[in-house]
Design a protein around this ligand. Structure first.
Ligand code: PLP
Length: 495
């Protein structure tokens, strides 16, 4: 995908010696402004409605400035007004959601949109969303279908589950499972697994929202099989395991794994449910990455339902996937809340295409961007850092120095929180001894204001740009000449 070039910014800087300010009555009336030839051209492009709206807003703003005696006369010249209006229209029409360059070192970054969609997913969305499709239509019978059926077969084949259903995200999946299986009853969870995922997703609160009662067992660091056994009563609905995805309990610890817990649950006629969080569908260690439990392992260990996210390690769109026993999946699917939490057709198309990539795992490291970035050879990342360094150093001299450095990145999004990915990138340091913090903040701001914003991280008086996710370095280098003169003090480097 190519980055948009910065569009031409219209504007007439006020001459430095313009002493005169405009009075409010000197401003044109709305219809006179709209009749200016340059403005009529804008109407041809944008139509009357938006133009009138923005023209009115511009005049109101200028009137305020004039009333305050702060409106330079030059700004009410016809050309200046037309330019100001063109700029407003451009800003109003510019998207608020934009691609950025993720140099944070965190591959699956929740604030930066998590997993990058594979080409196949984008193509499938493009191919199916502009026209009617068989979202809930059974082409064999000509009758009503279920949107789950689009991905259920794939999910069953990939995980070994009997049945599968999908909802908006994994938080919704957990909420729905609890509402469907445990409303008004008790759910037993280890105190070591009462996770907060960030935002408002805290396991105890989700339980309450679903109408289930949380029964905590064990302690923060140690939970034993008999802790679960003793807590089981006639009011118990299920036993639950939560993958501690964004923290690690280390030291004197003991957790009860699924293979141990499943027979305990089943001996009492109860299901074992696991919220796996990230949920890789493949063995990450085969790619040289840290081990992450898979839904297929959880099902083999005896879990009855497993839920996981679509946009974490799976590398697809936002989604909550629920796999497991048919009877339980049916109860979840038939719950009225399923209708409110269901997946929309756009991510469903992207999910189907992403899951299909897993049918040919040999091609996965190439075709799934998340996996491609996670497995990117260190030598490649280092080469990118070295390639960018001279241009960046030239653009930031003399205020900053830029060095290539070895870094430790992370997978992100609550996957494997303590594991680090050896990486490489650039460390930018201010030359001046004083005001370093402010200089770095300003530089970080400048980089975020580029047409394709560049997001790094500040650590130890340096701005760090991790190059793991910079597969095409021209995305960065061709923007360097736009670094503002306030930051660069020397003429910006040319291409
Ligand atoms: C990320 C996560 C969730 C929430 O998943 P979303 O898809 O972001 O809604 C729930 N539980 C665990 C353990 C997680 O790691």
């Amino acid at each position: 995908m190519t980055a948009p070039e910065q569009s031409v910014v219209h504007g007439t800087p006020a001459p430095p010696d313009a002493p005169t300010t405009a009075a409010p009555h000197a401003l044109p009336a709305l219809d006179r402004l709209l009749r200016l030839p340059a403005v009529a051209a804008l109407e041809a492009e944008h139509g009357r409605s938006l133009l009138t709206h923005e023209a009115r807003a511009l005049l109101a703003e200028l009137r305020q400035q004039a009333l305050a005696g702060r409106l330079p006369a030059a700004e009410i010249a016809p050309d200046a007004l037309a330019c100001a209006l063109a700029r407003r229209l451009h800003d109003r029409l510019a998207p608020r959601l934009n691609t950025v360059i993720n140099l944070t070192g965190t591959v699956i970054h929740t604030n930066l949109g998590r997993a990058l969609l594979p080409e196949a997913a984008l193509a499938h969305v493009q191919a199916t969303m502009a026209g009617p499709n068989n979202l809930e239509y059974d082409l064999a019978s000509g009758g009503r279908g279920d949107r789950d059926s689009i991905v259920e077969g794939l999910l069953c084949q990939l995980t070994g589950a009997e049945a599968a259903t999908v909802v908006n995200n994994n938080a919704a999946a957990v909420l729905l499972i609890l509402a469907a299986l445990a409303r008004g009853r008790q759910v037993i969870v280890s105190r070591g697994e009462l996770v907060e995922i960030g935002g408002a997703f805290r396991m105890p609160d989700v339980m309450t929202s679903a109408g289930a009662r949380l029964v905590e067992v064990g302690t923060t660091n140690r939970t034993h099989p008999h802790d679960y056994e003793r807590a089981i009563t006639a009011r118990t609905a299920l036993l639950m395991k939560v993958h501690t995805s964004n923290y690690a309990v280390q030291g004197f610890t003991r957790a009860v794994d699924e293979a141990t817990l499943a027979p305990i649950a089943h001996a009492h006629g109860l299901p074992l449910v696991t919220d796996l969080g990230s949920g890789a569908l493949i063995d990450m260690t085969a790619y040289g990455l840290p081990a992450e439990p898979t839904p297929q392992q959880m099902l083999r260990a005896g879990c009855d339902l497993v839920s996981f996210s679509g946009d974490k390690l799976l590398g697809g769109p936002q989604a909550g996937l629920i796999v497991g026993r048919r009877a339980l999946v049916e109860r979840v699917r038939k719950h009225p809340m399923k209708r409110a939490l269901r997946m929309s057709k756009l991510p469903l198309a992207a999910l189907e295409a992403t899951l299909r990539l897993y049918l040919r795992p040999e091609r996965l490291a190439r075709e799934l961007p998340t996996l491609r970035l996670l497995t990117r050879p260190l030598a490649d990342i280092e080469a990118t850092a070295r390639a960018v360094q001279p241009a960046l150093a030239a653009a930031l001299a003399p205020r900053f120095t830029v060095e290539t450095v070895a870094l430790q990145g992370q997978i992100g999004s609550g996957s494997l929180p303590v594991e680090r990915l050896p990486s490489a990138g650039l460390a930018i340091a201010p030359v001046a001894r004083t005001g370093r913090g402010r200089a770095l903040d300003e530089l970080a701001t400048t980089l975020r204001r580029l047409p394709v914003p560049v997001i790094g991280r500040i650590a130890d008086d340096e701005l760090i740009l991790d190059c793991r996710c910079l597969e095409d370095s021209t995305l960065l280098t061709r923007q360097l000449r736009q670094l503002s003169p306030q930051t660069t003090t020397v003429p910006p480097a040319t291409k």
